[in-house]
Design a protein around this ligand. Structure first.
Ligand code: AMP
Ligand code: MG
Length: 422
């Protein structure tokens, strides 16, 4: 376990007063470690969980050569380039049971999709390509088939004894289906990550409280809750903590004792009543950053006890942006997930956007499909760091990179979609 100072020393040009977004992710990847504990869960409970071990296939899928079509199975070496092939139908093979019998030269077997290919047969002619001839024979016109057509090979999906899925895979619907196709009903997954969160500030009210002059309702606990739930984390809501050292200390100690990670919002910007920062400093090993980004410049990161601390700024959109850009990838790593980050989409901006080189800007935008099928993107109005309504209208964040300058109409920009595609 490396200290903040040790990690900082490993990074070239580390400047906590002007950290690039890339450097933040680099730092966090060195700070956090995957959880170790695993548990066995039933396959229906495994969706979105992270696989704890390589899953070696106990069987081949499919388990036999089988037909990909409803048609007639035969030995394809009899096909001739220029002459029709006439075959006698000697029986019918249905899916689910092996056909007992022999199919010799000049013969074929009526076969259904998924039925086992009897030994010696390697080709299936789809029903609709055949002509029925007299006395129970079929005729196959020349030039339509090659030997091996319409046959699925044993093990073409998965070979017995080879890894079907690797540890660190987050189990998607397709992956759950694949596990089921192996006949496996229980999988070992990493235990869920426990994440505690709280909001700080004397001006913050909970939804449902009576309004008070100068106060604002707490949206951050709700956005954070939603983002964490989508990741499949176990959440611990510590509530709203006033700018009061004793209460802050209790909240941090409580969270650190119960959670793998603590997410706070507010209290890390310059000019704050300094209680939050002072308490982080007192209880943990914490770096205070100014990140070259917008929105969301200030952020505190480190460890309090065994827990990783993400001290996010207070503004509601800054919370969501810093979560998506930095916290989410770090939490996925802690969950044991080894997947690459989601690829950014490229979409053509339908408007000019002013952008200063030297910082990463995340603009709320909506990607749509244009009439010609290409992707277009527009920003969704007021980009103030406290304006959640433009976040609600957005389906992604335009990522205007560190060195990038102004965007002209029609320029391609990168977009981080809020959700995976499936
Ligand atoms: P701070 O980072 O604490 O200076 O807060 C920056 C701005 O975000 C201030 O306008 C706060 O009132 C606002 N803010 C802080 N925490 C929250 C919260 N939990 N929900 C909504 N707004 C907040
Ligand atoms: Mg505050």
């Amino acid at each position: 376990m490396k200290s903040i100072a040790e990690i900082a020393a490993q990074l070239q040009g580390y400047d906590p007063q002007a950290l690039s977004a890339a450097a933040v992710n680099d730092f966090l990847a060195r700070l956090v470690e995957p959880v170790q504990e695993t548990e066995n869960v039933a396959l229906f409970d495994a969706l979105d969980r992270v696989l704890a071990h390589d899953l070696v296939s106990p069987i081949s899928v499919p388990p036999h050569d089988n037909s990909a079509m409803d048609g007639y199975a035969f030995d394809g070496s009899q096909l001739k380039p220029d002459a029709e092939l006439s075959l006698a139908v000697v029986g019918t093979a249905l899916a689910g049971k092996a056909w007992q019998g022999r199919v010799g030269p000049g013969q074929c077997l009526k076969i259904m999709t998924g039925a086992i290919m009897p030994a010696g047969l390697n080709t299936v002619v789809p029903q609709e390509l055949t002509r029925s001839a007299a006395d129970g024979r079929i005729a196959i016109p020349p030039g339509l088939l090659r030997p091996g057509d319409n046959r699925r090979l044993k093990g073409e999906d998965l070979q017995a004894g080879t890894p079907a899925l690797r540890r660190g895979e987050r189990l998607s619907p397709a992956a759950c289906g694949l596990v089921a196709s192996l006949g496996i009903a229980t999988v070992a997954v990493m235990r869920r990550l426990r994440v505690a969160y709280f909001s700080t500030g004397d001006e913050i009210l909970s939804a449902g409280d009576a309004p008070r002059e100068g106060a604002v309702y707490d949206s951050n606990r709700h956005t954070t809750f939603g983002l964490l739930r989508r990741l499949g984390c176990e959440v611990i809501d510590v509530g709203i903590v006033r700018d009061d050292p004793a209460r802050l200390e209790d909240a941090f100690r409580d969270a650190a004792a119960r959670a793998d990670a603590i997410i706070t919002s507010g209290g890390v910007s310059v000019g704050e009543a300094d209680y939050t920062k002072a308490m982080m400093k007192k209880l943990g090993d914490v770096a205070f950053w100014k990140i070259a980004m917008r929105p969301g410049r200030p952020m505190a990161v480190g460890r309090i006890g065994p827990a990783i601390l993400f001290g996010l700024p207070g503004n509601p959109v800054a919370v969501m942006v810093t979560f998506l850009a930095f916290v989410r990838p770090a939490l996925l790593r802690m969950m044991g997930c080894t997947a690459d980050p989601l690829p950014l989409l490229k979409a053509r901006s339908q408007e000019p956007i002013r952008k200063k080189a030297g910082r990463t800007e995340y603009q709320r935008g909506r990607v749509t499909t244009a009439a010609d099928g290409s992707l277009h993107v527009r920003t969704t109005g007021n980009q103030g760091s406290g304006v959640l309504s433009s976040m609600v209208q957005a389906n992604g964040l335009l990522v205007l990179h560190h060195q990038q300058g102004n965007v002209a109409v029609g320029d391609e920009v990168d977009v981080m979609m809020f959700e995976g595609v499936i």
